[in-house]
Design a protein around this ligand. Structure first.
Ligand code: ADP
Length: 785
């Protein structure tokens, strides 16, 4: 405990007490309040016949009418009555000034008024020389200034008054009296007798309040922005209407109503809905054409009448032709096409589109959207796409109620209107990016959309009538399955589209993307010539992705520049080879780490999976004299760090067999670094690579530069299977690796790897670290360095 620098002295007094409701009086504060309760009036009278001093203590709960002693706080304020005014009824308005805080010691009587013995603590009121208090005063003053700024409710002049106060306790009381606080907070300040403690309490409360006010302000400005936008549009529309009225253009309302009614007749609604719409149409006649409501109703009718209630296209279910169309639009993807044809076959047999919903999962640009489009084409259905990325508000799916100014239906209904038939292929893009927050859960709304049991009468908040979505064929896409809400996932049939290999990309580029872009840029195939090697260079050095989206963009880039060249330079053929490529696309954007020049100690090539395909990781380890710290640097995630620790534990348990000094974990610091961390990596699959690098560094045995590896490690040195084998192997090949170590349990994944890649790489399937070390470490060869 610090020594309180101000001297204190105690003093007792006997005073009548008034319990206050919802008020706290601070010393130096002048305020008035009304007194009506009998005991309080008696107390007042008693005070007036004596020295006009009264003790004011706040009630814990304002509602209590006849408080007992335990209903008010023990600490209150001795106050001076300055004025009294009789009001109509039995109420008296009193003006008081707070004199000093005091604590109730004893209650002498409760009737006819409370008489209490209170104890004051008086502190020397001289100006302080205590540095701590001085500093506290400044901090409090600073935060009070900030509070005034954010709260916007207090006149800044108070700051001036407060800043002139030199007594610490008084400063705290004056500030407390002037800010908006909860009763409990005020009481807390009141109960701080020592000036220092009081300043500290106030300071903490001020900081909390500032934080809350700032958040409040942020929310306000966000809401205000939204409202401003809606209002602006609304006023503009109103103005437009006023102008139209001036120009006499609003007389057509009768014809408009007729037109609406004719349209309504054509749509065969059930009786109740027909009547509902008709009622709305009739209301148009009753309202002033320029009223805001007319606009709302007209908008509503317009939506209702223009939805495809009955319009549908006739399905074409011809599997042979469907297969042709899928092939026409896409290279490769054999398994995917097969699954889609099966799916269509089942639908054809069952003569319905009910059943699980297709979910195409894969990285961006692998053709998910374009496959969905092909399905639509194959079935002779129309196609509509809606992105769910970042949709966090249920109203985006299901619409806003009509009571909102500027309300419109949700995006499902909007898309249905846009596509114009009730049986389109409806692509829900990025279902894994669906968010949810306080505005409701869009996933559950979506579930209703996708559920064949419920979607026959999907009700949008705006339309307020069921719309039949049961004929829609929904197809969804996602980049990964992890973030798809479970109930949604359960409804879906997942088809995975992995990334493409360089060979596949090359084929897609030359057979699909290039011809397509050439045509779109008004060129023809004879005028642009791109050699195979040029395409390869574009794939490897100008894009890094699993799909072909950027590849297509780069090809479009080339086509654009070619078109310009043809016009400007009047040439008839443009040939682009790897050497001239730079002129079109600039310097290469990506480089790949190639295999090391020689076998090195403490450096191992790991293999990683990233959303844009595989990559190799060069893992470097350096042991240093130290105290057993494990230092990890590079862009590593938490799982990767855990996995490094597991590796170290394994090495410790096997130190002897590995010929490593048993004390390495107390005498050395081990630094593991993974350079080139453009893409953050995480996952357990670098486990064996990290362990191998550490063992190599500790035993001074070099690692075979031809080897790359991936696999999770357990504490006992077992090697567990990992994912993304295909991508990882492709990355290894690109780096020039010839030997790849994979977990035994991943042997089955080798089928997915294209034949030409398999031929160039030797695979070793391992189930234990001993085997890993056997393949990777070059024991006894050149470990003299
Ligand atoms: P996603 O929806 O998966 O992000 P897109 O369907 O938008 O990808 O595909 C991007 C582009 O690549 C489209 O122009 C598409 O036609 C083309 N594309 C993707 N895969 C193939 C393929 N296998 N064959 C031909 N073109 C493809």
């Amino acid at each position: 405990m610090e020594q309180e620098s101000l001297k204190k002295e105690m003093k007792n007094r006997r005073l009548p007490l008034i319990p206050l409701r919802g008020l706290t009086v601070f010393p130096y504060m002048v305020l008035h309040f009304d007194v009506g309760r009998e005991r309080s009036i008696n107390a007042l009278e008693e005070a007036m016949v004596n020295d006009q001093l009264i003790f004011l203590a706040s009630q814990r709960e304002a509602e209590v009418n006849l408080p007992n002693p335990e209903d008010f706080y023990q600490v209150g304020t001795i106050s001076k009555i300055k004025q009294m005014l009789k009001l109509p009824g039995d109420t008296i308005r009193v003006l008081v000034e707070g004199i000093n805080r005091a604590r109730i010691k004893e209650i002498h009587q409760e009737e006819p008024y409370f008489m209490v013995e209170v104890e004051e603590e008086n502190y020397e009121t001289e100006i302080t020389t205590d540095r701590d208090i001085e500093a506290l005063m400044r901090s409090v003053l600073g935060s009070f200034e900030q509070y005034i700024e954010v709260s916007n409710k207090i006149s800044p002049e108070i700051l001036l008054t407060v800043s002139e106060i030199e007594m610490p306790g008084r400063m705290a009381d004056t500030i407390a009296a002037n800010i908006n606080l909860k009763q409990s907070q005020k009481q807390e300040i009141l109960e701080a007798f020592s000036p220092k403690e009081r300043l500290e309490t106030l300071y903490r409360i001020l900081l909390e309040e500032i934080e809350i006010l700032e958040i409040e302000q942020k929310i306000n400005s966000r809401v205000k922005k939204q409202i401003n936008k809606v209002q602006k549009e609304y006023y503009l529309r109103e103005q437009l209407k006023a102008i139209q009225k001036e120009l006499g253009e609003d007389e057509g309302i009768v014809e408009e109503v007729d037109e609406f009614k004719q349209k309504l007749q054509k749509i065969k609604f059930p009786k109740d809905i027909h009547e509902k719409v008709e009622r709305e149409i009739d209301r148009l006649l009753k309202l002033s054409p320029s009223s805001a409501e007319t606009g709302v109703i007209r908008n509503y009718i317009d939506w209702v009448l223009n939805l495809p209630w009955n319009k549908e296209t006739k399905d074409k279910l011809d599997l042979k032709q469907s297969a042709e169309i899928l092939n026409e639009d896409h290279y490769g993807l054999e398994k995917v096409k097969e699954r889609i044809l099966e799916y269509l076959a089942i639908r054809q047999l069952a003569k319905s589109m009910k059943g699980p919903i297709l979910c195409l999962v894969g990285p961006p640009g692998v053709g998910k959207t374009s496959i969905a489009k092909s399905i639509a084409r194959a079935l002779n259905r129309k196609f509509v796409r809606m992105s769910l990325g970042g949709v966090r508000d249920e109203a985006e799916i299901r619409g806003h109620r009509r009571t909102y100014v500027g309300a419109i239906p949700g995006r499902i209904i909007s898309s249905m209107r846009q596509v114009g038939t009730k049986n389109p292929v409806f692509l829900l893009d990025e279902i894994d990016k669906l968010a949810s927050d306080f505005r409701g859960d869009p996933a559950s709304a979506l579930l209703e959309v996708l559920d064949p049991e419920q979607n026959a009468d999907f009700t949008d908040h705006f339309l307020e009538m069921p719309f039949n979505l049961s004929k829609v064929m929904f197809v969804t896409t996602a980049n990964s399955l992890d973030t798809i809400p479970r109930p949604l996932l359960d409804r879906m049939e997942v088809i995975r589209i992995a990334g493409y290999t360089e060979e596949e990309k090359l084929n897609i580029a030359s057979k699909y993307l290039l011809p397509k872009q050439v045509k779109e840029h008004g060129l023809d195939e004879k005028t642009v010539k791109l050699s195979e090697n040029t395409l390869r260079d574009i794939i490897n050095y100008y894009t890094r992705e699993s799909g072909v989206r950027n590849l297509e963009r780069q090809i479009a880039n080339i086509c654009r520049k070619t078109a310009k060249k043809i016009i400007e330079d009047k040439v008839s053929v443009v040939r682009i080879n790897p050497k001239t490529l730079k002129k079109y696309l600039g310097n290469p954007i990506y480089r790949y780490e190639l295999i090391n020049a020689k076998d090195e100690v403490g450096i191992v090539r790991g293999l990683a999976w990233t959303p844009v395909g595989g990559d190799t990781l060069s893992i470097e380890v350096t042991p240093m004299k130290g105290s057993g710290k494990l230092v990890l640097t590079g862009q590593l995630g938490d799982v990767m760090k855990e996995s490094a620790k597991a590796g170290i534990s394994y090495i410790r348990s096997r130190a002897e067999a590995l010929k490593i000094d048993a004390n390495f974990h107390t005498d050395l610091d081990i630094h593991i670094h993974i350079p080139e961390g453009a893409i953050p990596k995480d996952g357990p699959s670098a486990g064996i690579a990290m362990a191998t690098a550490v063992i190599s560094a500790l035993t001074n045995v070099p690692v075979d530069k031809q080897v790359a590896m991936t696999g999770e490690i357990t504490l006992r040195g077992r090697v567990l299977p990992i994912g993304g084998v295909k991508e990882k192997v492709l990355a290894a090949k690109r780096a020039g690796i010839t030997k790849v170590l994979l977990p035994q349990d991943n042997e089955k994944d080798i089928e997915d790897i294209p034949e030409n890649v398999r031929r160039k790489i030797q695979f070793f399937f391992v189930s234990h670290m001993d085997q890993v070390l056997g393949h990777a470490l070059k024991r006894g060869e050149n470990n003299e360095n």
